[in-house]
Write a protein that binds this ligand. Structure first.
Ligand SMILES: Nc1ncnc2c1ncn2[C@@H]1O[C@H](COP(=O)(O)OP(=O)(O)OP(=O)(O)O)[C@@H](O)[C@H]1O
Ligand SMILES: CC(=O)N[C@H]1[C@@H]2OC[C@@H](O2)[C@@H](O)[C@@H]1O[C@H](C)C(=O)O
Length: 381
């Protein structure tokens, strides 16, 4: 019988809104039992420190470099993850001895696939010592070392979930609308193709923060009062990203928010909501066959204006559109669950990425293993 692991995943995504914690029992292959999850938001002051960290990271040329400001941030970020794990265990009455491994994403502060450079801050050894559970971290580096773009990594988990769908119309496409959006196409035979599909919530967040002083457009309400400005939408949708066959992953700063004079508040939010939805379908146009079922995950599915546009675009493509919950999943916990799943695959030496996901030359595993007392590269890579 395949070995079953209890794993916790930790995700701090490009939106920098907080830490998602989720637990799974899994063999790292087809068997996935989803357990509890918890979201721990960052306070505004820490979000500001993370944003500054992205600025400081622009000077980094080697992924192990930590200018003084980043070293301190990495330390504090790691302790926040440790607190999040402890809060999760306590809230759910889970003994730490019952958890075999923690998958730790850390925070991406720089992602330049064109320069084979991706930097996630997060000290796996410190985390393992703090929580007393082995940690697998730094899961993007080995992919890049083998010619991949280091992202997206969630697709292999999406593919495992796709196998649990009741009677879907194939091909199925999982869409994660986080700070950046990414999609995973799964064929009826289990084949996967994946890539980042364009800007997600980050532009909307940046726009409403700059012009209304709020972190995001709750429910897409501000957007619902505006109208789409075609010239502004086109400025984003005509980006070379959408025609570049090689570019599969994006950095948070690859798309920048509009200037203040480009629109008033609600028209800007409305236009960016449309851009978020349209970018997904524009990118899906590169797939060998348009999906028949879309499963929408990530924080962007809470934006009703984005969802309205997505439904209209799916309708025009004769596709069904489901939220993660309608498909039987948890759209907020999915990335954290994926990091739990990836940690188990890493322990087993199974591939995390494939030529069809990150563009890596051949399927590769990855991750660094930090035992409660020592660090080593994961076994069997
Ligand atoms: N109720 C809501 N209404 C509108 N938007 C929301 C709502 N809740 C969350 N969001 C959006 O979702 C974002 C967070 O999404 P999510 O947690 O999926 O991103 P992430 O994991 O940080 O990003 P990525 O997947 O790019 O790493 C918020 O910044 C916000 O824009
Ligand atoms: C470098 C990096 O952190 N990329 C993130 C980001 O956020 C969404 C998209 O861009 C995706 O490529 C990736 O995260 C998800 C979890 C992934 O690797 O699958």
């Amino acid at each position: 019988m395949a070995e079953i692991f209890t794993a916790i995943g930790l995700m701090s995504g490009t939106s920098m809104d907080g830490i998602d914690v989720a637990m799974l029992e899994t063999d790292g292959e087809g068997m996935v039992v989803r357990r509890q999850n918890l979201s721990v938001p960052y306070d505004p002051a820490f979000r500001d420190r993370l944003k500054q960290g992205l600025e400081d990271a622009k000077a980094v040329r080697d992924r192990s470099e930590r200018p003084a400001s980043l070293a301190g941030l990495e330390h504090d970020l790691t302790l926040r993850h440790s607190d999040a794990v402890k809060a999760f265990l306590e809230k759910n009455n889970v003994l730490r001895e019952k958890v075999d491994v923690v998958g730790f994403h850390g925070q991406t502060v720089l992602h330049r696939p064109d320069a084979a450079l991706t930097v996630q801050i997060g000290d796996g050894a410190l985390l393992a010592r703090e929580i007393g559970i082995p940690v697998v971290y730094d899961m993007r580096a080995n992919d890049m070392a083998h010619g991949g773009q280091g992202a997206p990594l969630v697709p292999v988990y999406h593919a495992a979930l796709a196998r649990n769908l009741d009677n879907p119309l194939w091909p199925v496409c999982f869409v994660n609308i986080g700070g950046i959006s990414n999609l995973t196409w799964v064929g009826a035979d289990g084949a996967i193709v994946a890539f980042d599909s364009g800007p997600g919530n980050t532009l909307i967040d940046q726009w409403v923060e700059a012009h209304a002083g709020i972190p995001f457009d709750q429910g897409g309400r501000i957007a619902s009062e505006g109208r789409v400005l075609p010239a502004l939408a086109d400025r984003y949708l005509s980006s070379p990203f959408f025609t570049d066959q090689k570019r599969r992953s994006l950095d948070r700063n690859d798309f920048l928010p509009p200037e203040g004079g480009d629109a008033e508040l609600s028209d800007g939010a409305r236009t960016l909501a449309y851009v978020t939805a349209a970018a997904i379908f524009k990118s899906a146009g590169h797939l060998e066959a348009m999906p028949k079922t879309f499963v929408i995950c990530g924080g962007g599915r809470h934006n009703d204006t984005v969802m309205k546009d997505l439904k209209a675009l799916a309708g025009r493509n004769d596709a069904a559109l489901l939220t993660a919950e309608q498909a039987g999943f948890d759209g907020d916990a999915m990335e954290a669950e994926a990091w739990a799943y990836l940690a188990v695959r890493s322990l087993k030496g199974l591939p995390l990425t494939f030529p069809g996901t990150t563009g890596v030359k051949e399927p590769v595993s990855g991750g660094v293993f930090a035992d409660v007392g020592a660090i080593r590269t994961c076994p069997r890579h």
